[in-house]
Design a protein around this ligand. Structure first.
Ligand SMILES: Nc1ncnc2c1ncn2[C@@H]1O[C@H](COP(=O)(O)OP(=O)(O)OP(=O)(O)O)[C@@H](O)[C@H]1O
Length: 582
């Protein structure tokens, strides 16, 4: 474009005529003339601040520059060989870090693509960094989009970097001294620079909020852990204390601008106690977040780092994935505290409990508490295949979960022993069903294997013995996108059932009820019928004391749970030498 054409186009834009320029550019031109008093015909040399001023700007942005540097280096590699120059400017537009080809140093310096150059719009006119700062948006200012004639050969693509409070902190820019004519040639540069800015914000948020929960989001399960779109930091009460800029788009796309200080449950069906469920222990596709406007996102929670080393006793005070292992029940709290202490060790754990009591859930929690980025391998002992064991033998270090060791036959035992001989970098967690442990099935397991699996044996109580039944019900109800409650009658009915399938059966029953309920209150007709007992125990008195304990020695409740009448309970109590209320 010739200089006279450029100046006359600016003139026409100022007179309100349509010239085909992007509106963002036309607006910036108007600001340059009407607000900053600039003249496009007057050549503006590059503005470079003094060394002392540059040092001051660098110090102010030190932390962010340190975080952004590795992102900048990666981006530079991505555009290597294409003559791009990379700039990091602070919020005032001063270039505080720079990557460029040293062969073109003199040209770059003359063009202002250099450390210390000032690209604020009121000084440099319409330009990538300056317009990005004014609009807060990613922009490409391509050739004749620039206001000043000295800049019109350049093509600059810039994206804003926001700090954790949502304030513009810096601008990442890729520029070319010479570029092809169509602006669309810079679309790829735009995508790269936006993605880099997003990653710098993410790294900055992680570095600044180590003592808080961080919840990351993605619209795709595959990218959730490797390249999430946005994140927020949350304090103990679930208030948002920090964010990446993308969180606004994810949580408030219609422009309800303020996220900081709001509670996460205002935006989605989630509260702080649910975060441990969104940690790495569960597959990403199961970690769905329901937003208040009905949209779904995948979520990945990262526990506060300092809290992991503390050893609190009360279950509610435990951090990370164990926090939701149980509610108000001293027996569960004791288990969680023990597991919390054993988690950082290599002691093999044997989790014993009836089906559906949460053995695998607990194993995954232990895995998440261990070193990050490790595999969770599962071997189902009842259908053990050599190829599967071989796959694990060749796989990465991590946790090996052996489900149902009572089902191991001789061949399976030999395979596992051989695996354990060759791999000492696997944390072993095994599970066994309660009935198997009681009936002495373990005796069929060779001692040299049994003692390698049963370092610490942890017994998980069946649901009917748990005192936190209501807590668990509420927790499972919260998994639904619907806002539903239980009527008192439905809650009492569920509380009186025996639940041979334990938490798994309860979760399914609630899922059915949530699907069937028409309004927001689940009542008796919405509940599926009880499944009946699948283990007819040979001696029901075995469990009686624990069951009485769980029901606060209310004999009618115990009778309902066992499906017998109250006099049967009294008779059994006498037989077992149990009497009166404790
Ligand atoms: N504390 C909990 N909070 C919410 N859901 C839970 C909890 N514990 C277990 N569950 C859910 O209950 C179901 C059964 O849990 P899990 O698979 O861990 O049981 P299990 O004891 O390993 O069963 P099995 O012996 O039959 O393999 C799962 O859907 C799990 O997500």
């Amino acid at each position: 474009m010739r200089d006279t054409e450029h100046v006359s186009e600016i003139d026409r834009v100022l007179k309100g005529q349509e010239t085909g320029r992007d509106e963002l550019v036309s607006e910036s031109w108007r600001r340059c003339v009407q607000t900053y008093g600039m003249d496009p015909t007057r050549p503006e040399p590059a503005h470079i601040v003094t060394e002392q001023q540059l040092r001051e700007h660098q110090e102010q942005s030190e932390r962010l520059i340190a975080t952004a540097r590795s992102g900048l280096r990666t981006l530079f590699k991505q555009v290597a060989g294409q003559n791009y120059v990379l700039l990091l400017a602070d919020a005032k537009g001063i270039c505080v870090d720079f990557f460029g080809d040293p062969r073109f140093e003199e040209d770059l310096r003359r063009a202002g693509l250099y450390l210390g150059s000032d690209w604020s719009e009121d000084l440099a006119g319409t330009c990538g960094v300056g317009s990005c700062i004014v609009t807060g948006e990613a922009v490409t200012i391509h050739q004749g989009d620039h206001f000043g004639l000295s800049h019109t050969p350049l093509s600059c693509t810039s994206a804003p970097i926001f700090d954790t409070g949502g304030n513009l902190a810096a601008v990442l820019d890729v520029s070319l001294l010479r570029s092809p004519s169509p602006k669309s040639t810079q679309n790829l540069a735009m995508n790269l620079v936006k993605a880099s800015a997003r990653r710098v914000e993410m790294a900055n948020l992680m570095a600044m909020t180590r003592r808080e929960w961080v919840l990351r989001f993605s619209t795709s399960a595959e990218f959730l852990e490797v390249d999430p779109e946005a994140a927020v930091a949350l304090d103990d009460s679930g208030h948002i204390t920090g964010m990446t800029h993308g969180a606004l788009e994810c949580l408030a796309p219609s422009g309800a601008a303020e996220l900081i200080g709001t509670r996460i449950d205002q935006h989605m069906d989630l509260n702080i106690d649910d975060l441990p469920d969104l940690m790495r222990g569960r597959p990403p596709e199961e970690r769905v977040l329901r937003l208040r406007d009905g949209r779904g996102l995948y979520g990945h929670a990262i526990a506060p780092q300092s809290a992991r080393v503390s050893r609190p006793q009360a279950i509610g005070a435990l951090s990370g994935p164990l926090r939701n292992f149980g509610g108000p029940d001293p027996a569960l709290a004791q288990i969680a505290a023990k597991v919390d202490r054993l988690a950082p060790t290599q002691v093999p754990l044997l989790l014993v409990g009836e089906t559906g009591t949460g053995k695998e859930y607990l194993a995954r929690a232990v895995h998440v508490l261990g070193p990050s980025n490790r595999a969770f391998h599962t071997l189902c002992c009842s259908a053990l295949r050599k190829e599967k064991v071989d796959g694990i033998a060749e796989g990465g270090a991590g946790t090996l979960f052996l489900r149902g060791i009572e089902d191991l036959d001789d061949e399976g035992q030999a395979l596992i022993l051989a695996l354990l001989e060759t791999r000492n970098d696997l944390r072993i967690i095994a599970s066994a069903r309660r009935e198997a442990a009681d009936s002495g099935t373990f005796e069929a397991i060779r001692p040299e294997l049994y003692f390698r699996l049963a370092g610490s044996v942890i017994s998980i109580p069946p649901l009917r013995h748990r005192k936190d039944f209501d807590w668990l019900v509420d927790r499972l109800l919260r998994r639904s996108p619907k806002d539903v409650r239980l009527s008192p009658a439905a809650r009492a009915e569920l509380g009186s059932r025996q639940w041979p399938g334990n938490i798994r059966e309860l979760a399914t029953a609630l899922e059915i009820a949530m699907a069937l309920v028409e309004g927001s209150v689940i009542d008796l007709p919405d509940l599926p019928p009880p499944s009946g007992s699948i283990h007819s125990k040979t001696d029901p008195d075995d469990d009686l004391e624990a069951l009485l304990d769980a029901c606060s020695w209310n004999m009618s409740l115990v009778a309902r749970r066992l499906g017998v009448n109250r006099s049967t309970i009294l008779r059994r109590m006498r037989k077992a030498g149990l009497s009166g209320k404790r």
